[in-house]
Design a protein around this ligand. Sequence first.
Ligand code: SF4
Length: 400
Amino acid sequence: MQTTSSTDAREEQHWTCPFCPLLCDDIVIDTAAQTCPRLRDALTHFSDQDTNRCPEIDAQATEFSSALSAAAKILTQAKRPLFGGLATDIAGARALYELAATHGAILDHLHGDALAAGTFAMQDRGAFFTTLSEIRSRADLVIVFACDPSRRYPRFFERAVGLDAQVIHMGSEANNALLKGIDPFDILALWSAQIETGRRHLSDELAALTKRIEAAQYTAFIYEPAALPQPHAALAIEALHRIVKAFNRTVRAGALALTGDDGALSVNQTMTWLSGFPLRTRVAYGEPLDHDAHRYCTESLLKHRHIDALLWVSSFAPEALPASLDDEMPVVVLGHAQTPTLKRKGPTVFIPVATPAMDHTAHLFRVDSSVVAPLNAARKTSLPGVAQVVVELTKQRRPS
Ligand code: SF4
């Protein structure tokens, strides 16, 4: 695969890449993926043999119907299941919500920590977000805060930043970064004090940057929740948005969080519109919804054995089961076709599923949450999608 130049763009069939939330929509199918290392790496997990992968019960190949019955049995016997991973598209998320409500399950995502940090900050103080289009068309200054977008989002600058925009890195390990290697919390505290009190002598570098932002037409602040110091990333996000809000008293500025990988944004948005709560919520028909971003974190639920079964969904890549998972806990995996055979002590059902935009059409939210992109399939396989399998599982639970 490759990206097209504007000249031949109209003549080529474009495909939208699902492997990071930038959702680049200018990819040409059938040519190599030289332009994006992350896409190239993702494509190494696909082959013509994928369709031949069989469902498995306790590491033994079986029929789809048998795996489905065994999976339904595990979920039915569980009193407090966790639906984790949740690397899927919007259709998968909708179907999983119904299955979760049927079984009284807790829902959390593979990237639940990064999502929760953003949610905490939003709940506490609100946020001042911008979009990819706004950055590209309006931002003449881009501040990259304590992260290196090229590492996980290789085409971010190419896709989102205008050619004339000035990019300033700060608080990261980049060679030319302002306040290189300084703790992000220290930078934010100092900068906030400087802006709120007008005491610019606190830091010459921050004073000069403040002056530059005040002279800019539009400044975009970019950060990665997952790259901020854990476990208190929410505090850093809150402080950064507070600074963005302060600048907006006199100039225009907005922030963009680079997050939402593996369908995280799509699943979170879907859960929110279906229930009114984001992920890390327990849903059960006939019972009040129970949202708790701390208590319903996958890591802590597994570590303290507060759940008795796990449904793990991983459709974009062969994702390993969480390291803290008890080897004896019953597990159902709706996984990528190249997931290695799962040899565990506890009952384990594996059902291979299709990958959104590789094997079936899909809808995913873009990183700025402002666009739901329709994605076409890059190839044809007979693998069932997550939504398809989950609908079948839900039917097995319903009384006939
Ligand atoms: S930057 Fe992300 S969406 Fe764009 S081609 Fe690379 S992996 Fe795909």
